[in-house]
Write a protein that binds this ligand. Structure first.
Ligand SMILES: *Cc1c(COP(=O)(O)O)cnc(C)c1O
Length: 401
């Protein structure tokens, strides 16, 4: 067995914005024996899951479940709906948007990346009016899909997808709308049908509170129709065979049985609590964490309050301080993992995840680790973020009447 002797006693603080801490209830559900994935019990589980998962995406349409990371589901979305050489409009919100763009190029699509100039895009959400303007120029409808990231995990901006839909409609453009909510689903409000999304991509290890290993495509009628025309080679990702097997609760290949037990438990937990309550809980945690950052006198990566992420907060380090050196101290001294700055944000900031199996006091402890670690690293702080967040949580009970 792998010796994890670098972990002292007590729980490790996994405060990265995914994988998120997994609740014990889900871990226990996953520990049941693996069953025959072609047997009757499995078919019943499959049908139950395929029904319940739609509620979380807020869709009446089918949801594909892949035994793959979120990146696989990105590929599935592009490969099922598009053909080599197709033009795709993508918006640069940060590192994950950039990785999806790079994938589109590898798949021989012709992606066009638009965004705010310089580093600005990495501190804001999607600018729907820029998408509208670009689509209006595309009079002969060469652009086949618009791809945006809902919750940009590298920066902490949750874009307004309804505004993107309105922009596409205002331009009268027929492109498909593909949305990555790998880290937004089940933490931030998301509405596949109402927002007219054609393919929604998500993953297990963020808001769904599962370990990594499964991912999703929620697909519209229009997306299914596009998949019948698309000529991109695909086999493992192909929707048609999965849709057929799913009718009876099965998959064309061996699914991740134990992760599906976990998913079933996760969906029960989320639906028992009520999605609106789940979203309010994350909004409140995010507000508490931002109160702490403000008390420290530090900047938040996202500069647009309307799109502050409920899932994570990016904390910008003052000039001349390497954010990764601060993270290293926090990890080594307090057994607390924070998200690193990715891509263009490398070394400039760290990210605090506030999703998964958290509560007020685990977040206070997380902020305590950040505060003590920043002091050790010589980061000048204006005041105590821990005290400010404690006061915030005390004064803003979640279920205030
Ligand atoms: C985590 C994440 C991904 C990548 O998912 P993997 O499971 O690591 O492949 C893509 N997009 C966003 C927004 C993410 O948060």
């Amino acid at each position: 067995m792998l010796k994890l002797d670098f972990h002292p006693s007590g729980r490790h603080f996994l405060q990265i914005p995914g994988p998120s801490p997994v609740p014990d209830r889900i871990l226990r559900a996953m520990s049941l024996p693996t069953i025959d994935h072609r047997g009757p019990e499995f078919g019943a589980l499959g049908l139950e899951l395929l029904g319940k998962i739609r509620k979380v995406f807020k869709t009446e349409s089918p949801v594909m479940i892949y035994p793959a990371s979120g990146t696989g589901a990105w590929e599935a979305a592009l490969a099922n709906t598009l053909s080599p050489g197709d033009r795709v409009l993508m918006f640069e919100t940060g590192h994950f948007a950039s990785l999806w763009y790079a994938m589109a190029r590898r798949l021989q699509l012709e992606p066009e990346f638009i965004g705010l100039p310089g580093y600005e895009g990495w501190r804001h959400g999607v600018q729907a009016e820029m998408i509208e303007a670009r689509l209006r120029e595309d009079a002969d409808h060469a652009i086949k899909a618009v791809c945006v990231v809902h919750n940009e995990t590298s920066t902490g901006a949750t874009s307004d997808i309804a505004a993107v839909r309105r922009a596409m409609d205002a331009a009268g453009h027929p492109a498909l709308l593909l949305v990555d909510t790998i880290s937004g689903l089940a933490s931030a409000d998301y509405r596949h049908d109402e927002w007219g999304v054609d393919v929604t991509i998500s993953g297990s290890q963020k808001g769904l509170m599962l370990p990594p290993g499964i991912s999703f495509n929620a697909i519209s009628e229009k997306a299914i129709a596009a998949s019948r025309e698309s000529t991109m080679p695909r086999s493992f990702w192909a929707w048609d065979e999965i849709l057929e097997a799913n009718q009876n609760g099965y998959w064309p290949y061996t699914p991740s049985t134990n992760l599906l037990y976990g998913l079933n438990e996760s969906l029960d937990m989320l639906l028992e609590e009520g999605l609106d309550h789940v979203f309010a809980r994350h909004q409140r945690w995010a507000a508490g964490v931002r109160t702490a950052v403000e008390a420290w006198g530090l900047e938040i990566q996202c500069l647009e309050p309307a799109v502050y992420s409920p899932v994570l907060t990016g904390v910008v380090m003052p000039e001349g301080i390497d954010a990764d050196a601060v993270r290293k101290i926090i990890y080594e001294r307090f057994d607390l993992s924070l998200g690193t700055g990715l891509g263009k944000a490398k070394g400039r900031m760290f990210r605090i995840g506030h999703l998964g199996d958290c509560n007020d006091l685990t977040l206070i402890a997380t902020l305590g680790g950040c505060e003590a670690g920043m002091k050790l690293a010589g980061v000048p702080l204006a005041g105590s973020g821990v005290t400010a967040a404690l006061d915030y949580f005390a004064q803003h009970p979640l279920d205030a009447k």
